[in-house]
Design a binder for this molecule. Structure first.
Ligand code: ZN
Length: 493
C-alpha cells in the first residue's frame, strides 16, 4: 500500500516539548516499515495554523490526492488531519472519501467508504473539536479559581518577581526594585513631589523598568495606583464581550479586590493617601524655584529645635552656610562641610550594613545548602533502592513469578517514580548553584545607589534621596569651635 505521511503539531503537544514532529516522523516511519507500507511523500506542517487556508502542506496533499499517488494517509491520530472549523474537516474528509483514501493512525485504520467507519471518524472529529473547546474553558476556569485563591497569574509588576510557592503562582518581593516603589510613594505622599520630579530623580539614580527603560511619568502614575503593592489582586478589570475581539474595560465599580498570597510593598495608609492625592488632582509645586540646599528641612538645631536654613542668596555655593534662625544660638557652618560629614556618615553606615548583609547571606547560604544536600542524599538513596527493586523485578519476571501484565505495571510505576526523583534531583542541584551565585548586594537598600550616584544629583534630588533614608539630623556647634568641629547626630529612618 502506498501512503503519504502527514505531520502536524497539536495543541496538546505544546505542554510537552518531547512531542516533536521529528519524533512523530520516526514513529510513523517505523510503523510503515513494520506494516509494509510504502511511504511515497511526507507532508510536514511547520506552521501550526488552525485554519485550512494556512495549512500549506495539507493543501498540497489535497492537490496531490486526485493524482492517485496514495492509497492512504498515515498520521499519529485523527485530529492531526482535522481540528479547525467543521467546514475544513468536512472538506478534507470529502476529498479522502471521494478518492477512496484510507486514514491510517497508530490506533486504527479508517475506511471512509465503510459506513461504520465514517460514523466513527466523524464522531471522533467532533469530539476533538468539542474537547478543544472544553480545554479552553477549563483553562479559563482554572485561571479564575487560582485568582480567587490569591494567586498572581500575570507578569510581575516592578518591585516583584513571579514565583511559585507551595505550588501556587504568586509574587515575591524583589528588593532591588521594591525599595524604589517605597521611595516613589514616599516622595509623592510625604515629600509633595510630582510625577515628573520623581521620574527625573529615579533616572539620575539609574533606575529602569524590567524592560530597561526609564520610569516615565505614566509608569510612576500606574505604580501609584497599583493595588498589587498593598497585597491585593484586582480582577474583572476587563471582560470579553460577544462579537468583539479584544477585551473591554469594565467600570471601576465592578472591579474585585482579592487578598493576594503575595506580601505588600507599601502600607495601606500611604497607598490610600496617594489615591486621595491622585483623586484631588493635586498639582505638585512646580520646581522652577531651584532648590539650592540639599539639606533643606533635614537639619535641626540641637539647641532650639528649629530647622536650620541656608543663605542661598550668597553669590557662590562655596559661601553657603547652614544657619540657625534663632539669634545667637548655635554657630553656623559651611554647608559643604556639613554635607561632606553627612555623606561620610552614610558611607560608614553602608559599610557596616554591607558586612552585616554579607554575613547574613553567607550564613543563609550554608544553612540552605545543608538542607538541600540532605535532600539530594535522600533522593540518591531512594534512586539506588529503586534500581535494586527494578533488577529484582526482572528476576521475578524471568523466574515466571510475574506475568507480562504485572511486570509491565510494576516496571512502569518504578520508572515513573524514578523520573520524578530525577527531576527533583536536578531541581535541587540547580537551586544550590543559583543560591551560591545570588548576589548579596541585592539585599543592600537604597544606600548603595545613593553613594554611587550622589555627586551626579542636583541639590533637589540630593534632598529627596537623603529624606528617603534620613529622618532628621541634630546639629550643634559652639561659638569657639574650630572650622571642622561640628557635632552632628544623624537619625536614619
Ligand atoms: Zn538654634
Amino acid at each position: 500500500m502506498n501512503v503519504a505521511i502527514y505531520l502536524r503539531k497539536s495543541r496538546a503537544d505544546e505542554n510537552n516539548p518531547n512531542e516533536t514532529l521529528e519524533k512523530h516522523k520516526e514513529i510513523l516511519l517505523d510503523y510503515a516499515n513494520e506494516n509494509a507500507l510504502a511511504v511515497i511523500d511526507i507532508y510536514e506542517e511547520v506552521v501550526s495554523g488552525g485554519m485550512l487556508y494556512n495549512r500549506f502542506e495539507m493543501l498540497k496533499l489535497l492537490d496531490n490526492i486526485p493524482k492517485g499517488l496514495y492509497d492512504a494517509v498515515l498520521c499519529i491520530d485523527l485530529d492531526r488531519l482535522g481540528r479547525g472549523s467543521a467546514a475544513d474537516s468536512e472538506r478534507i474528509f470529502d476529498v479522502l472519501k471521494k478518492y477512496n483514501i484510507k486514514i491510517i493512525t497508530l490506533k486504527k485504520v479508517y475506511d471512509l467508504n465503510n459506513e461504520y467507519d465514517e460514523d466513527y471518524s466523524e464522531f471522533e472529529m467532533f469530539m476533538a473539536r468539542k474537547e478543544l473547546k472544553f480545554i479552553t474553558r477549563r483553562m479559563n476556569r482554572g485561571r479564575v479559581k487560582s485568582i480567587n485563591d490569591g494567586c498572581f497569574v500575570s507578569g510581575a509588576p516592578f518591585g516583584y518577581r513571579n514565583a511559585v510557592i507551595n505550588r501556587r503562582h504568586t509574587l515575591e518581593i524583589y528588593e532591588p526594585e521594591a525599595k524604589y516603589v517605597r521611595m516613589i510613594f514616599d516622595m509623592y505622599v510625604n515629600q509633595n513631589q510630582g510625577l515628573t520630579a520623581i521620574s527625573r530623580c529615579l533616572e539620575s539614580l539609574g533606575v529602569t523598568s524590567k524592560k530597561g527603560t526609564p520610569l516615565n511619568r505614566s509608569t510612576i502614575s500606574r505604580i501609584l495606583k497599583n493595588h498589587t503593592y498593598i497585597g491585593k489582586i484586582v480582577w474583572n478589570k476587563s471582560k470579553t464581550v460577544k462579537g468583539q475581539k479584544s477585551q473591554v474595560k469594565t467600570d471601576k465599580s465592578s472591579w474585585l479586590y482579592i487578598d493576594g498570597l503575595h506580601k505588600p510593598i507599601v502600607s495601606v495608609e500611604i497607598f490610600n493617601r496617594a489615591q486621595e492625592l491622585i483623586k484631588r488632582g493635586r498639582k505638585p509645586p512646580l520646581n522652577h524655584g531651584e532648590l539650592k540646599n540639599p539639606l533643606a528641612g533635614l537639619v535641626k538645631c540641637a539647641n532650639c529645635g528649629k530647622t536650620m536654613v541656608t543663605n542661598t542668596s550668597a553669590e557662590t555655593t562655596e559661601r553657603y552656610r547652614l544657619i540657625c534662625r534663632t539669634l545667637s544660638c548655635n554657630k553656623s557652618s559651611a554647608l559643604s562641610i556639613v554635607e561632606n560629614k553627612i555623606f561620610e556618615d552614610i558611607e560608614k553606615e553602608l559599610s557596616q550594613l554591607e558586612i552585616a548583609v554579607q554575613q547574613n547571606h553567607d550564613k543563609d547560604i550554608s544553612g540552605k545548602k545543608a538542607v538541600r544536600q540532605e535532600l539530594i542524599n535522600n533522593i540518591t538513596r531512594e534512586l539506588k533502592r529503586l534500581d535494586t527493586q527494578e533488577s529484582r523485578l526482572y528476576d521475578l519476571f524471568e523466574q515466571g513469578i510475574y506475568d507480562d501484565n504485572l511486570f509491565s505495571k510494576r516496571s512502569k510505576s518504578i520508572n515513573e517514580r524514578k523520573n520524578q526523583l530525577k527531576a527533583a534531583l536536578s531541581a535541587a542541584r540547580k537551586k544550590i548553584n543559583a543560591e551560591a551565585n545570588s548576589d548579596a548586594e541585592h539585599e543592600i537598600p537604597l544606600f548603595l545607589d545613593i553613594i554611587k550616584n550622589y555627586n551626579r544629583l542636583t541639590p533637589r534630588e540630593k534632598n529627596t534621596v537623603l529624606k528617603n533614608i534620613i529622618d532628621h539630623i541634630e546639629y550643634r556647634r559652639s561659638k569657639t569651635a574650630h572650622r571642622d568641629d561640628i557635632y552632628l547626630k544623624i537619625h536614619y529612618k
